[in-house]
Design a protein around this ligand. Structure first.
Ligand code: FES
Length: 155
């Protein structure tokens, strides 16, 4: 019967058993935590993507600098107000006034106006400049690709 000499660096029996078991358990749980974290983040990211949808709204040339227009969101019973407060800067707002839900339907200077009761909103931020509305207009994410304006809306 012959015995092989093993290299001490690769000879696991040279390590104390308790230490080996502790390390591998720790490594196992660390790996498990990292994997669980990755899965959690991935699933959060994919549910956020699944919960949002991007809609093609109009061409950039349809919105004058310092102006805006409202559009029906394709396939949804919603209106979006697109403005261009500065050259190449586009904003999108829910067209419903935050006072009582009438349509914000007029632009005067840099203001969006709800003619129902006279509320005034900033065309760049949607912030209230004059009541009776107290809350800013809800905003949507706008992107421009190949001279087309897109809006991303959460489902
Ligand atoms: S609904 Fe717009 S000001 Fe009242």
């Amino acid at each position: 019967m012959s015995e092989f000499n093993s290299c001490p660096a690769h000879d696991k029996s040279a390590e104390p058993k308790e230490s080996r078991a502790g390390l591998s358990r720790r490594n196992f749980f660390t790996s498990l935590a990292v994997a669980a974290g990755s899965i959690g983040l991935t699933s959060i990211a994919s549910s956020a993507e699944a919960a949002s949808k991007k809609y093609k709204i109009c061409a950039t040339k349809d919105i004058k600098v310092g102006g805006g227009s409202s559009f029906r969101i394709p396939g949804r019973n919603m209106m979006v107000l697109i403005t261009q407060p500065k050259v190449g800067v586009f904003r999108a707002f829910d067209q419903r006034c935050t006072h009582e839900g009438f349509a914000v339907n007029k632009i005067e200077g840099k203001n969006l106006i709800c003619q129902a009761h006279g509320a005034l909103f900033d065309m760049n931020t949607g912030a209230v400049k004059r009541g009776p509305a107290r809350k800013a207009l809800p905003t949507y994410t706008v992107s421009v690709e190949k001279k087309l304006v897109y809006v991303t809306i959460k489902s």
